[in-house]
Design a protein around this ligand. Structure first.
Ligand code: FES
Length: 104
Protein backbone atom coordinates (compact mmCIF):
# COMPACT_ATOMS: atom_id res chain seq x y z
CA UNK A 1 0.00 0.00 0.00
CA UNK A 2 1.77 3.08 -1.22
CA UNK A 3 1.32 6.33 0.64
CA UNK A 4 2.41 9.62 -0.89
CA UNK A 5 3.61 11.94 1.82
CA UNK A 6 4.38 15.63 1.82
CA UNK A 7 6.70 16.31 4.73
CA UNK A 8 6.83 19.46 6.86
CA UNK A 9 9.72 20.62 4.65
CA UNK A 10 7.57 20.24 1.57
CA UNK A 11 9.46 17.17 0.35
CA UNK A 12 7.47 14.48 -1.38
CA UNK A 13 8.12 10.92 -0.35
CA UNK A 14 6.56 7.57 -1.04
CA UNK A 15 6.37 5.07 1.74
CA UNK A 16 5.13 1.53 1.77
CA UNK A 17 2.51 0.73 4.32
CA UNK A 18 1.48 -2.66 5.54
CA UNK A 19 -2.16 -3.60 5.54
CA UNK A 20 -3.60 -3.53 9.04
CA UNK A 21 -1.10 -1.11 10.51
CA UNK A 22 -1.82 2.44 11.47
CA UNK A 23 -0.71 5.21 9.14
CA UNK A 24 0.99 6.87 12.13
CA UNK A 25 3.31 3.87 12.53
CA UNK A 26 4.37 4.10 8.90
CA UNK A 27 5.07 7.82 9.15
CA UNK A 28 6.89 7.42 12.46
CA UNK A 29 9.01 4.50 11.28
CA UNK A 30 9.92 6.36 8.12
CA UNK A 31 11.45 9.11 10.29
CA UNK A 32 9.19 11.82 8.95
CA UNK A 33 8.83 13.71 12.21
CA UNK A 34 5.64 12.06 13.40
CA UNK A 35 6.34 11.07 16.99
CA UNK A 36 3.20 9.17 17.88
CA UNK A 37 3.91 10.06 21.49
CA UNK A 38 0.77 8.49 22.90
CA UNK A 39 1.30 5.28 20.96
CA UNK A 40 -1.90 5.66 19.00
CA UNK A 41 -4.26 6.35 21.87
CA UNK A 42 -5.77 9.39 20.19
CA UNK A 43 -4.52 11.67 22.94
CA UNK A 44 -1.31 13.44 21.90
CA UNK A 45 -2.04 15.00 18.53
CA UNK A 46 1.53 14.43 17.31
CA UNK A 47 0.28 12.30 14.42
CA UNK A 48 -1.91 15.01 12.87
CA UNK A 49 -2.02 14.92 9.07
CA UNK A 50 -4.03 16.51 6.31
CA UNK A 51 -5.52 14.09 3.82
CA UNK A 52 -4.81 15.56 0.42
CA UNK A 53 -6.64 13.08 -1.79
CA UNK A 54 -10.33 12.55 -2.26
CA UNK A 55 -10.12 9.10 -0.77
CA UNK A 56 -13.06 8.29 1.42
CA UNK A 57 -11.95 7.29 4.88
CA UNK A 58 -14.07 6.03 7.72
CA UNK A 59 -15.34 9.00 9.71
CA UNK A 60 -13.34 10.08 12.77
CA UNK A 61 -14.48 8.57 16.04
CA UNK A 62 -15.83 10.91 18.68
CA UNK A 63 -12.47 10.79 20.49
CA UNK A 64 -10.60 11.73 17.36
CA UNK A 65 -13.02 14.51 16.47
CA UNK A 66 -12.80 15.93 20.02
CA UNK A 67 -9.02 15.81 19.97
CA UNK A 68 -8.87 17.60 16.62
CA UNK A 69 -11.32 20.21 17.78
CA UNK A 70 -9.26 20.88 20.88
CA UNK A 71 -6.09 21.22 18.82
CA UNK A 72 -7.65 23.90 16.66
CA UNK A 73 -6.57 26.73 18.95
CA UNK A 74 -2.91 25.78 18.55
CA UNK A 75 -2.47 24.42 15.04
CA UNK A 76 -4.38 24.76 11.82
CA UNK A 77 -7.09 22.13 11.78
CA UNK A 78 -8.71 21.69 8.39
CA UNK A 79 -11.74 19.70 7.29
CA UNK A 80 -9.20 17.23 5.92
CA UNK A 81 -7.39 16.90 9.26
CA UNK A 82 -7.04 13.42 10.71
CA UNK A 83 -5.07 11.73 13.43
CA UNK A 84 -3.02 9.23 11.48
CA UNK A 85 -2.97 6.75 14.36
CA UNK A 86 -6.67 6.24 13.72
CA UNK A 87 -6.23 5.40 10.05
CA UNK A 88 -5.70 1.72 9.49
CA UNK A 89 -4.17 0.87 6.15
CA UNK A 90 -6.31 -1.09 3.74
CA UNK A 91 -5.72 -1.94 0.09
CA UNK A 92 -8.25 0.67 -1.01
CA UNK A 93 -6.06 3.37 0.52
CA UNK A 94 -3.30 2.65 -1.98
CA UNK A 95 -2.03 5.93 -3.37
CA UNK A 96 -3.33 7.97 -0.44
CA UNK A 97 -1.90 11.48 -0.35
CA UNK A 98 -1.15 12.91 3.06
CA UNK A 99 0.53 16.05 4.24
CA UNK A 100 2.13 16.04 7.67
CA UNK A 101 0.63 18.87 9.72
CA UNK A 102 2.77 21.30 11.73
CA UNK A 103 4.26 20.00 14.96
CA UNK A 104 1.77 19.83 17.79
FE1 FES B 1 -1.13 10.25 19.64
FE2 FES B 1 -2.22 9.74 17.28
S1 FES B 1 -0.38 9.00 18.07
S2 FES B 1 -2.98 11.04 18.80
Amino acid sequence: ITINVTTRDGDRQQIDGQEGSALMEMLRDAGLGVDGTCGGMCSCGSCHVYIASETTLPKPSEDEADMLEGMGSIVEVRPSSRLSCQIILKPELDGLEVEIAPQF
